[in-house]
Write a protein that binds this ligand. Sequence first.
Ligand code: PMP
Length: 460
Amino acid sequence: MDASFLSNDFEDVVAADRTNVWHHMTQHKPYESSDPRIIVEGRGMRVWDQKGKEHLDCVSGGVWTVNVGYGRESIADAVRDQLVKMNYFAGSAGSIPGARFSERLLAKMPGMSRLYYCNSGSEANEKAFKMVRQLSHQRHGGKKSKILYRERDYHGTTIGTLSAGGQDERNAHYGPFAPGFVRVPHCLEYRSQYGEVSDYGARSVAAIEEVILREGPDTIGAICLEPVTAGGGVITPPEGYWEGVQELCRKYEILLHIDEVVCGIGRTGTWFGYQHYGVKPDMVSMAKGVASGYAAIACLATTEELFDAFKDNPDDPLNYFRDISTFGGCTAGPAAAIENMRIIEDEGLLENCTAMGARLMGNLAELKERHKVVGDVRGKGLFCGAELVADRDTREPADERKVQAVVADCMARGVIIGATNRSVPGFNNTLCFSPALIAKPDDIDHLTDTVDQALGKIFG
Ligand code: PMP
């Protein structure tokens, strides 16, 4: 790496950042006296901070976003070419990259046939919620409007999506929330609510059915679920879970909305997480990996059947989706997304993700053998977690401060990992690993060797 950028003086940048920026998810009092970090450059899986220190980024930009890695000039070129030609036009007007990307993406999603553009994962989920509510008015006199969501899942930061938020620590103090969102139990087998059972998946599905029957099936319009729960603990679904959910949706005429904001576009080794489980969603929201952070873009994919429901009565002035997203008309997003997809296909990154994910899971299983603080390891593709416990028998969660100390120790050793902090009170004890899909065997081994050393240092 050419470290020429180090000749720059970053003191003024650090000062401006300290004085002016209100950072995401940050307690600013401790931050004021901490060592600030400005990420200055990135190449592949590596980033450099203002002091020139190199870090192996094993969280893809902090929150599972930069799937194809840093420094992709071809994406920057595609965005630049598009922006100088036509950067933006909103409303019903189309754009060349918007049309092209929709065609390419939907070809990877059999059963899905329409793509709605917006800017963030929260917004894509809000669009889905609005569609459910509007349909309930158009078809059911406003009745079939409730939306089921799951304990530990996260769907965004707006009041609407927090109303569907299964992570209590994130929701605290932001109420009152929107009515009509109903919680179903989580499906983390390691934290079984039903004791040790051989049919945890079926029990979890039965628990959802109980909620449906309690509320009344004719009041429920949709269920919104992450395919693999991300920030709530990297929760892979138990055996039979998705098949059961699909069956409930069919039985009670409930729309299935899958939140692929994290898993979408390759993170788990398939284009979408739900494709591991053979389910047929009605709506799929996506954001982070769509353009790997090279442009702000999110989308909601729907079936043709759902789309048709909004156009079947042209005499009714309210019978269309009366929604807009100002920056859904920015062409940088789909231009970046087309090139992002090309890279994934041409470089075989789905296959690499599957192979490297298997290696990562194997290494994590070895860590579990070596460190009794590792209670459970879970994952799909390059989306893995290790839950830390104070006691393997009782499964009492490890002290959150120690979990954070492991993250900090890895950082000091030049490896960036994540942890489920500020999500589920008492259970912010899962280390998270989500390297870019370009990871090589050496990167994976270096990651787990570093975690091995950090666990040894913090937990002995
Ligand atoms: N859904 C999931 C599963 C997420 O993890 C996130 C963000 N972490 C969101 C939705 C919200 O996305 P955004 O921050 O782009 O609004």
